[in-house]
Design a protein around this ligand. Structure first.
Ligand SMILES: C[C@@](O)(CCOP(=O)(O)O)CC(=O)O
Length: 391
């Protein structure tokens, strides 16, 4: 692998920067990269004490106390609790360790966005280079912006943030981004169905990049499809007709593609009846998603829900809501949580919730595996309507 003379010089200087650069070069050699690329932004995942435990905490403590600092703009994924909120049902030792983790990241220079949807606030240019660790966000900027990032493990993104460089391999190489299978979608997508489409598409392919032929996308459908697709596929990129700014060029590069069709019948699901809570916010709910549930609650005069509705979002989205609205939501039994996500937090267990209904296929995959909570597909608006009309 080619290493520039500037990087050779940095390696000789020693210290934390040389160590991080050496790690990036070693990984680059292992994945047969030809050279290193400068990165514009890094997004670090795996920052919850629930998923990384003491080993992850010690890793971050060691690196931050070596004096290491991030060379590029770096944001971080949701943590295990709300930052600074001690009122949620989570034990003190967990909160203390979580705050320690966040503090190490802050010391190294991370911007504490604590959200899995940094693409709500960063609009990367086509072809720009990023090193992100959260699969839904990776799939989103790869597919919607045609920005370049591979799916990178959390600890490796820390090394990249310090070195400011990533090996050029996989989806950093244009020819690996060319679709191999055309997926024709014969259905009318809703957010739940878009999630199911992501899982089914991933299941039918063997990791090839798909070209998705469907015309009626909106932001919520894209987000739901891509989050699910990236959960179930090793390849976090789908070239989407009419969405990827370079989709026509990619299509012209496709050579003898396979083709499959996915029909509405494959996207059917039963609305669940038995569940302890409703959940939206995997990935973190956008303002549009929050407002779509506010609309239903408002129609019913903010009548208190018998079962709680958990909404996880970023602190930025919450900050756009008035204190009066936040209070009305609280009175209506809505938990608006920020900086965290029920998948990487002991919050659901603390609230005694053992099963949720959710539109998120990603949450349906991870909630049982990470926090032992059963999850089933539902349209939140339909569940809210039926609950509020029946009481
Ligand atoms: C729990 C978590 O690992 C979810 C899975 O991540 P991903 O979809 O594989 O990026 C994310 C995280 O730990 O920050």
């Amino acid at each position: 692998m080619h290493v520039s003379s500037e990087d050779e010089r940095l390696l000789k200087e020693g210290g934390y920067l040389a160590k991080a650069l050496e790690t990036v070069i070693k990984v680059g050699e292992a994945v047969k990269a030809d050279r290193l690329l400068d990165v514009d932004t890094v997004h670090v995942s795996g920052v919850s004490y629930l998923t990384i435990g003491d080993a992850g905490l010690e890793f971050l403590r060691d690196i931050s106390s070596s004096g290491a600092r991030f060379r590029v703009f770096t944001t971080v994924n949701p943590a295990g609790v709300e930052y600074g909120n001690l009122n949620l049902p989570v034990n003190e030792a967990f909160i203390r360790r979580q705050m320690e983790i966040i503090d190490y990241l802050r010391r190294m220079g991370a911007s504490l966005w604590l959200t899995c949807t940094p693409y709500e606030f960063i609009r990367p240019q086509p072809g720009s280079i990023h090193a992100w660790g959260e699969s839904n966000a990776i799939a989103y900027i790869n597919s919607v912006n045609d920005a370049y990032t591979e799916k990178l493990p959390g600890p490796f993104t820390i090394m990249i943030a310090i070195a400011g460089k990533v090996p050029r391999f996989g989806l950093y190489v244009e020819e690996n981004r060319v679709p191999k299978v055309i997926v024709k979608v014969n259905a009318r997508l809703t957010p739940v169905k878009a999630g199911l489409l992501g899982r089914i598409t991933a299941g039918k392919l063997k990791g090839e990049v798909p070209f998705i032929d469907y015309d009626n996308w909106d932001k919520q459908l894209l987000k739901s499809f891509l989050a699910s697709y990236a959960t179930y596929s090793p390849t976090p990129l789908a070239v989407i007709k009419g969405i990827n700014p370079n989709w026509r060029r990619y299509l012209s590069m496709v050579d003898k593609p396979d083709s499959i069709t996915i029909d509405d019948a494959e996207l059917r699901y039963e609305q669940p009846i038995e569940y302890d809570a409703l959940f939206i916010g995997c990935p973190h709910a956008s303002l549009e998603e929050v407002m779509s549930i506010v609309k239903v609650l408002e129609k019913h005069g903010y009548r208190r829900l018998a079962k709680p509705l958990i909404v996880s979002t970023s602190r930025f989205i919450k900050s756009t809501l008035s204190p009066e609205l936040i209070n009305k939501l609280k009175e209506a039994n809505v938990y608006l949580i920020t900086d965290t996500c029920p998948m990487v937090s002991p919050i659901l267990q603390g609230l005694g919730i053992r099963s949720v209904a959710t539109p998120s296929s990603k949450a349906i995959f991870y909630l049982p595996r990470l926090v032992n909570v059963n999850a089933m597909p539902c349209s939140i608006e339909d569940c809210l309507e039926s609950e509020l009309s029946n009481h």
